[in-house]
Design a protein around this ligand. Sequence first.
Ligand SMILES: Cc1cc2nc3c(=O)[nH]c(=O)nc-3n(C[C@H](O)[C@H](O)[C@H](O)COP(=O)(O)OP(=O)(O)OC[C@H]3O[C@@H](n4cnc5c(N)ncnc54)[C@H](O)[C@@H]3O)c2cc1C
Length: 383
Amino acid sequence: MTDDAALRTEVRDWLAANWSPEVDRETFAAAVFEAGWTAPSWEPSCYGRGLTDRQSRLVAAEFAAAGAPGAGHDRADLFACTVHDCGSEEQKRRLLPPALRGESKWCLLYSEPGAGSDLAGLRTRAERDGHDWIVNGQKVWTSFATTADYGMLVARTDPDVPKHNGITFFMLPMRQPGVEIRPIHQITGESEFNEVFLTDARVPDANRIGEPGAGWSVLQVALGYERRLMGDIARTTRSRREKSSDLVELARDAGCLGDSHIRQQIARAHALAGVNRWNTQRAKTSPDRAEAATLLALGKIAMSRILHETARVATEIVGAEAMLSGPENPVGDAVTFRALNAYFTSIGGGTDQIQRNIIGERVLGLPKEPDPYRDAPFRDLPH
Ligand SMILES: Cc1cc2nc3c(=O)[nH]c(=O)nc-3n(C[C@H](O)[C@H](O)[C@H](O)COP(=O)(O)OP(=O)(O)OC[C@H]3O[C@@H](n4cnc5c(N)ncnc54)[C@H](O)[C@@H]3O)c2cc1C
């Protein structure tokens, strides 16, 4: 029996003994954590099993097949991944167990009204006050802020040094009087993202990840995980549990599966998705880290193109019905949602244009975009 086969059997046996849809979720989450299945690719001292990335995906696939929650934190939990890679031993011991048991939720306090693509221009300040830091400023487009326990915060702690050097990374407790959250109404009808106003909000120094002023490099780690995740999976339906209808199914229902033009378009969308899947798989199994990073850098932008292309073909298939939305028009509503939500991946986590810049600079080795203010103290930058 190969290692993979043995692992598969072990996970299946474990799930058979511990999981059923009726089981108490908290008890189950604790058991998954104890067994090391929440983040199996991490070392045992970090609650994992020291498996490879590919084996960790295999574990997650077995959990998904059984409909069991709790696996995949080593890939999808940006909070836990950042603490794992950049946190101190004390932070790992304190912050990882509740995160891996799904008890602490997080959001990303990065973008500001005047700092999105040029995130290093952020103006939210954090000032040291004894064992705490006091935070003032505004964040925007913060997904899931209303349910988060922690905000992964980048704030300016030193305005006297160049903009990239004066930023510090914190895990800010969200449930406190200094944090005011105002939902933003989105074009999809949802309000997943929010404005977050920080007024004398407090974060303990113990929740600072990395050294003061070294937040930019911690952020690069967190963004790397986010890009990788967004290149891998994307939401295509209004309800997260629902499976999006396949283009072939959609065309069959609309009576145009025999149309050669539609067939060509469906084939192209499938080919794009297939190539991205293979590239991502290749990246994850490649022992060459440089090759893996290159492939993963392409994943997010490829996913963005796939989502827009699929939405365009779906719109063409259903025709005028795509202009109708709401529960009384389920087909049109699903297609409209797909088209509008495709922007999530092409803007969130860094726009397509910024992904192209990253590929140009970090993968192809092209010269960096000129920035006359790169080395000037932040305080002297024009606003
Ligand atoms: C669905 C969704 C969820 C989000 N969730 C979060 C979240 O949870 N937390 C968070 O902090 N942020 C979040 N964001 C914000 C997102 O990260 C920013 O919107 C994004 O980084 C772009 O910043 P901006 O909106 O300020 O646009 P700008 O930076 O003002 O960009 C405007 C346009 O100019 C282009 N542009 C800018 N600079 C360059 C350049 N150097 N080269 C070429 N083109 C350039 C951009 O590509 C874009 O088309 C989310 C956004 C969306 C859409």
